[in-house]
Design a protein around this ligand. Sequence first.
Ligand code: IPD
Ligand code: CA
Ligand code: CA
Length: 263
Amino acid sequence: MSDYLTTAIDIAREAGGLISELSKQPQEVSYKRRSDLVTEADRRSEALIVKRLRSSFPQHDIVGEEGGGRSTNADYCWYVDPLDGTTNFAHGFPVFCVTLGLAHRGDVVAGVVYDPTRDELFTAERGAGAFLNDRRLSVSKAANLSESLLATGFPPYAENHELNIQLYFRFTLLSHGIRRAGSAALDFCSVASGRFEGFWELKLNPWDKAAGSLLVTEAGGRVTNLSGGPFRLLEDEVFASNGSVHDEMTRVFTEVMAHKGSV
Ligand code: IPD
Ligand code: CA
Ligand code: CA
């Protein structure tokens, strides 16, 4: 395991411990935009992570959701979501995590997602597999959409909701159902660990998908855009699956989007 990953694991566990402690207190919520919540836990977790990353890797760039990073066009860049699942956290719904992904010239090379509510640590390094705690992960073997459990999410503002509701509607009828649990990073982890067969979102930030996308590919799954084209960390949409149901789901995306216009 590289120093990058071992350090990221220590930091994610420490930040996870912090948000877990803070989850026991009443939450004071402020709003970045309507329905876009932020809590003291988001800010304190990011401050901790950025401080630790800066001291361990002073040459690396850091992009944090709460604005705590710095960008110098360095080869290595950390994408940090200090609390993925803020709306859940603010309401006391225990589905949230900390996630850190390291990209080298735009390609994700290492990632960690730590779920403090279940003490589940998901880790991956490019070419070295994906793990849940000490167990190596593989995606599910389900071959058809009709035997699949899926996930999606909605960004915390209304853009694209109508299109995603159409997709939600279609896939609900074609599968075992759809979960909208409220943490994109954990949704990727559920694909990597075989709990879900597929997960898509129309508008995600790089910190939501850096670690999770690597976890899925390292667990043997596939990550693309909704049309089945190359996944790009800095583009909005993403579709992750176990690979076997990918083409079938891509056909449904294409069909629904043809009637609604493009994303
Ligand atoms: C959100 C969650 C949610 C997803 C949203 C994200 P946040 O991140 O990952 O599941 O549907 O698109 O913005 O705001 O809780 O860090
Ligand atoms: Ca997020
Ligand atoms: Ca967040």
